[in-house]
Design a binder for this molecule. Structure first.
Ligand SMILES: C[S@@+](CC[C@H](N)C(=O)[O-])C[C@H]1O[C@@H](n2cnc3c(N)ncnc32)[C@H](O)[C@@H]1O
Length: 536
């Protein structure tokens, strides 16, 4: 799944650096907003003809990319408020197609008491599929923070009491106090030694005629009132439910029986209206950065993201966020994995946007927003690991940081007639001098389409530094040496590795002699014919 929370284009939250076909300056000149001396004629405000256009030009390629990256059954969630709702919806229709609209979630996140026409107390999350037809037809989630709280309180009280009435009494007073915060679970008012439960009317057969038989009330021994259209289950199924104690009776036979449903079996639906105080986002962040008053403006709440993820990302999915900010999405992925034992992974993308020098984050030493995001993932990972040491001992909270850079290869500007012989030695190395072996390794991983998050070890072989990238079935899936002076002894050692390497790569100028370079292919053909060998 992909989640994006782009700048909402409120007039000051969005920075723009991409190059347009026409640059901003010439546009301003052409549209008479700047004179020939380059003086601005109008302020760059919302009234500026490019106000929405700038933002849309930034969004369009990102949405296109998002669509290309999605799996066929993948979905994108797009957060936005009224400033750009109309525009982003048009853009999404253009990129994803009208038929792939899944729905809109209205997130009620604030209370607005300012005098106005309409007090805006929500923002939207619009959902599109790459292919609506490939999408799972029903979304259900077993994860819910409230459900977890009910399970926990049920276990605590069941340990404390051995008498059922006492257990119910204590739970009833807890329930009365907390009912207003239980949301969709505010009917779970009963408890027994198996946990908190409610009565559910799903014994009814809605719409059409169901099964008809008598269910005797357990005390009055009279047939209980039948649902209007009869029961949903055949008689044998009802007998099994009765024997398992899964049927709840009213005070007497005049009440229709109910099905006993435990909080632990509760499955949530993703409703189009979601009520969650937006201040939880800053609060979540403050828990991790107690030393900074406000590390980042308007981070999303972890539970909002956890909710979206729990419906749309199965346990091994990759979750991408193209506007990572403080990396709430990564935090939510780790939290959800800890809760449901999943192994979801995340990719956070963040522009190297500098922090405002007057901001608290800058004063605390964070020069860019990306630095805040990285530190948040570290702190969140540590905290979640500590909290779930018993329940999720193998939780993986590691991550790798990669920065976009220009090519590692030297730019060649010259045509053959533009260079003379004495310059040739300067062209022997095709790699830029400031590039490290890691830079080259990640280029190779990208070129070969190898997962960038695979484990990498570095060892010294024959006095040279060698990288080993491990895939699940081969710890030598990719072996790379970018040192110079590579001789036949090293080439032979690598060709004899057990298991045999899938791919081996050297630096084109890294061989001790031309003879070694020529022999490499031969050595591998003899010792490890299936290895793909490459020099860059
Ligand atoms: C609303 S914030 C995302 C907040 C994030 N969801 C969180 O919970 O922390 C928007 C992000 O978009 C980034 N941004 C601003 N202008 C951008 C641009 N032109 N291209 C890409 N990202 C941009 C900002 O750096 C910021 O991190």
């Amino acid at each position: 799944m992909i989640y994006i929370d782009p700048p909402y284009n409120t007039g000051n939250d969005f920075i723009y650096r991409d190059r347009f076909a026409e640059d901003a300056d010439s546009f301003l000149r052409r549209s008479s907003q700047k004179d020939e001396e380059g003086n601005r004629l109008v302020a760059n405000t919302e009234a500026n003809g490019r106000f929405h256009s700038d933002w849309l030009s930034m969004m369009y390629p990102r949405l296109k990319l998002a669509r290309n990256l999605l799996r066929d059954d993948g979905v994108i969630f797009v957060s936005i408020d009224d400033n750009e709702t109309a525009n982003i919806l048009r853009l999404c229709v253009e990129v994803f197609g009208e038929e792939n609209f899944v729905g809109t979630i209205i997130w009620k996140n604030v209370t607005d008491n300012n005098p106005t026409n309409i007090a805006t107390e929500h923002e939207g999350i619009h959902v599109y599929a790459k292919s609506r037809l490939s999408l799972e037809s029903v979304w259900k989630s077993i994860a819910s923070t409230i459900k977890n709280a009910l399970i926990r309180i049920g276990e605590e009280l069941a340990q404390k009491h051995s008498d059922l009435d006492e257990l119910q009494n204590e739970y009833s007073s807890w329930f009365k106090e907390n009912k207003s915060q239980l949301g969709a679970l505010d009917r779970y008012k009963y408890i027994d030694f198996d946990g908190v439960y409610t009565g559910n009317q799903s014994v009814h057969n809605p719409g059409k005629e169901g099964y008809r038989y008598d269910v005797l009330h357990k005390e009055t021994k009279m047939p209980c009132k039948e649902p209007l259209m009869g029961y949903r289950f055949p008689e044998e199924a009802m007998e099994r439910l009765l024997s398992e104690g899964k049927i709840l009776f009213g005070k007497d036979h005049n009440k229709i029986i109910e099905l006993k449903v435990y909080a632990k079996d509760y499955e949530d639906k993703l409703s189009s209206v979601f009520d969650l105080d937006g201040r939880t986002g800053p609060y979540d962040l403050k828990q991790l950065f107690p030393e900074i008053k406000r590390a980042f403006s308007n981070p999303k709440p972890i539970s909002l993201l956890e909710r979206l993820l729990s419906f749309s990302a199965s346990s091994t999915d990759i979750c991408l966020d193209l506007f990572a900010g403080s990396a709430t999405t990564a935090h939510a992925v780790l939290q959800l994995n800890a809760e449901d034992g999943g192994n979801r992974r995340f990719i956070m993308v963040q522009l190297p946007e500098p922090c405002d020098e007057k901001s608290e984050a800058f004063k605390a030493g964070y020069k860019t927003i990306a630095e805040i995001g990285k530190e948040r993932i570290r702190r969140a990972g540590k905290k979640i690991k500590e909290e779930s040491a018993a329940t999720a001992p193998n939780l993986d909270t590691g991550f790798r940081v990669l920065k976009i850079d220009s090519s590692n290869m030297r730019d060649v500007y010259y045509t053959p007639d533009a260079i003379d012989q004495k310059e040739l030695p300067g062209f022997t190395d095709n790699i830029k001098p400031d590039r490290t072996s890691e830079d080259l390794l990640f280029q190779v991983l990208l070129d070969w389409g190898v997962d960038l998050s695979l484990p990498i070890r570095r060892e010294t072989r024959q006095g040279k530094s060698v990288f080993f990238v491990a895939e699940e079935d081969n710890e030598n899936a990719l072996v790379a040496c970018f040192d110079t002076g590579v001789d036949e002894a090293l080439v032979k050692e690598l060709a004899k590795l057990d298991p045999r390497p899938r791919r081996v790569v050297f630096r084109d100028t890294g061989f001790a002699s031309d003879a070694v370079k020529i022999n490499v292919e031969q050595i591998f053909r003899q010792l490890s014919p299936h290895t793909e060998v490459k020099a860059i």
